[in-house]
Unconditional design. Sequence first.
Length: 367
Amino acid sequence: MKTWLYLTAEGLDAPCANWPCCVWSPTGERRRLPLHKAAGELNGRLVDVLLPMEMCSWLRSDPWPSRRQPRPQALAFAIEEQLSESLEALHIGIGPRDRQHRYPMMVTQRARFQALLTLLAEQGIDVRTVHVDADLLTDDQALGVRWFGRWLLGGGLPARVSLSAGALAALKPGLPEAIHWLDEERDCPGIDEWILKGGGRPIDLLQGAFRRRRSPLPWRGASAMVLGLLVLTWAFGEARLRFLESETWLLYARSEQRFRSLYPGQERIVDLAAQFQAMQSRRGQSQDTQVARLARLTEQVIGASNVEVQRIDFREGEGWKIQLTANSFVELEQLRERGQQNGLPVTLGSASKQNNRVQAILTLENS
């Protein structure tokens, strides 16, 4: 059973130990009390924190073409034009993909969220998850719910909003007619339990740099002592082998120096003996194979895409590296999938966005 701590919208203007909060008893009864007293009531239990929607913004990406989970950086860039602040100043929590293949995101100011977590830690509150109230509404229908003196819009609506009664009255003519309305003061005395145990898929803001760290296990102290004894025993044995190792290393260094003089193009050496045998066996092989693979990549993958090639390099042991410029991260993802469909082992790396273009390095690895 979850233990909820609701930080109400009343304390947003001056976050402190007196922030008006709400916790629920085992019988479901509300208890309104300031944060410092709520911390005493919780008594060190794991807590699921609930924030007011006024502290966050909810956005959705465009339909994502790939079935694979995109990187958070790619999703952040996808909604960058909808944001009023730079990405560096914001913290973005990402939810699961919906039926329209879009990714919902909850956005808040990074510094403000960090200050909130610090405040909770100072009060001795052990936070397990952080959700937003309007995001808890079940997503099987469009909902408007009056809760703690404001109206929350969400559920099946393409929005998560908190409104005053006056703002809702002005906005209501433009809302869909199919919205189901609930008022905690009139219609639904058990609305607290209905919201907190709803069937939605709320976004947990403890992601990325704010991901919850695991608590240390109680037996770690004893394990550290045992490990220390093992390390000490190993150190004594290591000292006796130092002379043999130094001689072995000297012999290896000479062999490596000789190998580099024979094959100056081999900058990275992992297994000297294996690489030497491989180089000997590859002497008679034609280099036309690599050029043919590049031509195939150019014709079947790059030629079918709307990207610009800036530079092409080849490194022995790593393959072809092609610096590209594309219009979007989606275009790069489609390029990578096209390469795999044509049986070419391509990977994308070093992706970055400059102005309205995206730069990345496409690698065609050696087969």
